[in-house]
Design a protein around this ligand. Structure first.
Ligand SMILES: Nc1ncnc2c1ncn2[C@@H]1O[C@H](COP(=O)(O)OP(=O)(O)OP(=O)(O)O)[C@@H](O)[C@H]1O
Ligand SMILES: [Mg+2]
Length: 402
């Protein structure tokens, strides 16, 4: 009879997987910053470029001539000038002008008031690479540039959104500085205000992520099995209640799995965006996601009641309009889900992917960094998607469309 032990493949001492990985992780940790320094400006100096007067006027919704008048009258902020003497506006100055104009016409400031409730938008799907981080980050920046007060939450232990905002997860984000600090079950728990940081993009704050978020996935089953009366699903909602008056919209970038982090985000959400790349394999995967999420939410519904949302929308990502099969899949989804599929898809563009490689969004690259037509098409698509989401938000507040 053969022994049931694992046969050795050779007589040489073989390395164990844990030591191989520990070794590689140590090497990467000690050398990654060299590569990052070469590729990126240090995070502390990540700065948003200034906007031309035409761009600033478009953001505010006035004419360039009107902005010139304000400047000539000596009102508004003191502006930087381009080498050619043209007026340049920082995003903070755009916000300052909005506040100035809102004194006579309040609609220049879109922040919520009265019964308009905080919008908490979870961007989710467990398919990796479906565009969650790209959508969350661009939506956050678009809304901030429109004058909304936005809090972005990076709920993904991979922390790609934090990197896009210029925070390097291994270097800039220390222990207990992610949302985990506000969710944890032990006495290290912190108020959510302790983990909110400003970003280089005026109007957008960030709760960064890093690998410690994964602890929530391990802690929660232990707490549940221990028969504690602690609840997991309302932890994000309860934390956010403490900063309700500081923001108009919260955007949560979920990890690519349907664990406790994602479930907690779904339970807090007033709106959900499911990102979907239009390919058969992605549709099949989304189907599993919807089935599993529905199952888990219905278990919770039996215990604590239903989780109601203002909206759920499917957002087509990395869309290639000339790709026949993709168009068929989009048509198929629209025929099944109707208005729940956003009218505007996020079109695939090298402007987006190349900016992503440099840890940038297309809202921060300037027109002259990319081929002009490529840039304009990418911005147009990104703006169309985000404007449609802005309309959904406003209609939930009972406001008319822009
Ligand atoms: N519209 C687009 N055009 C071109 N490339 C895109 C576009 N949207 C996303 N990408 C690229 O696709 C890749 C995956 O996108 P992203 O990181 O947003 O997906 P994700 O769902 O957050 O992934 P993960 O599941 O790993 O968190 C990235 O390299 C990103 O730059
Ligand atoms: Mg992501």
């Amino acid at each position: 009879m053969m022994p049931l032990t694992k046969p050795a493949r050779s007589l040489q001492a073989r390395p164990s997987l844990d030591s191989i990985y520990a070794d590689k992780a140590a090497l990467l940790t000690s050398h990654l910053h060299v590569l990052q320094e070469r590729l990126l400006a240090p995070s502390s100096t990540k700065e948003l470029r200034s906007f031309t007067s035409a761009e600033a006027a478009r953001l505010i919704g006035v004419t360039d001539g009107y902005l010139r008048q304000i400047s000539l009258a000596g009102e508004g902020p003191i502006l930087e000038r381009s080498p050619g003497g043209r007026r340049l506006y920082t995003l903070a100055q755009v916000h300052e002008l909005r506040r100035l104009l809102a004194r006579t016409k309040p609609s220049y400031l879109p922040t919520r008031s009265g019964s308009e409730h905080l919008q908490i938008i979870a961007v989710t799907n467990f398919k990796g690479g479906s565009g969650k981080t790209t959508v969350s980050t661009h939506l956050t920046q678009y809304l901030a540039s429109r004058g909304f007060r936005v809090l972005a939450i990076d709920l993904d232990p991979q922390a790609s959104m934090s990197s896009l905002f210029g925070y390097q997860p291994e270097i800039d984000i220390q222990e207990n500085q992610t949302l985990y600090a506000a969710l944890r079950y032990d006495d290290m728990r912190l108020p959510i205000t302790d983990v909110i940081r400003p970003t280089y993009f005026a109007g957008a704050d960030l709760i960064p992520g890093n690998i410690e978020l994964q602890e929530f996935e391990h802690d929660t089953p232990r707490i549940l099995a221990g028969g504690h009366r602690e609840l997991f699903f309302d932890r994000i909602a309860t934390s956010l209640a403490n900063v309700d008056d500081r923001y108009d919209v919260v955007v949560i970038d979920c990890p690519p799995q349907l664990g406790f982090l994602t479930m907690t985000a779904l339970c807090a959400a007033t709106g959900v965006l499911v990102t979907v790349h239009p390919q058969m394999i992605d549709i099949a995967s989304m189907n599993q996601f919807l089935t599993m999420a529905s199952g888990l939410l219905s278990v919770l519904r039996e215990k604590v009641g239903a989780f109601e949302v203002d909206f759920n929308r499917f957002l087509i990502t990395r869309y290639e309009p000339n790709d026949g099969p993709q168009s068929q899949i989009v048509a198929f989804l629209r025929s099944l889900f109707g208005d729940e599929v956003l009218t505007n898809p996020m079109v695939k563009s090298t402007a987006v992917s190349e900016a992503g490689l440099r840890k940038q969004t297309i809202y921060e690259v300037s027109r002259d960094q990319v081929h002009r037509q490529t840039y304009e098409r990418a911005i147009e698509s990104m703006d169309a998607v985000n404007a449609e989401i802005e309309d959904v938000i406003k209609s939930n507040w009972g406001r008319a469309k822009a």
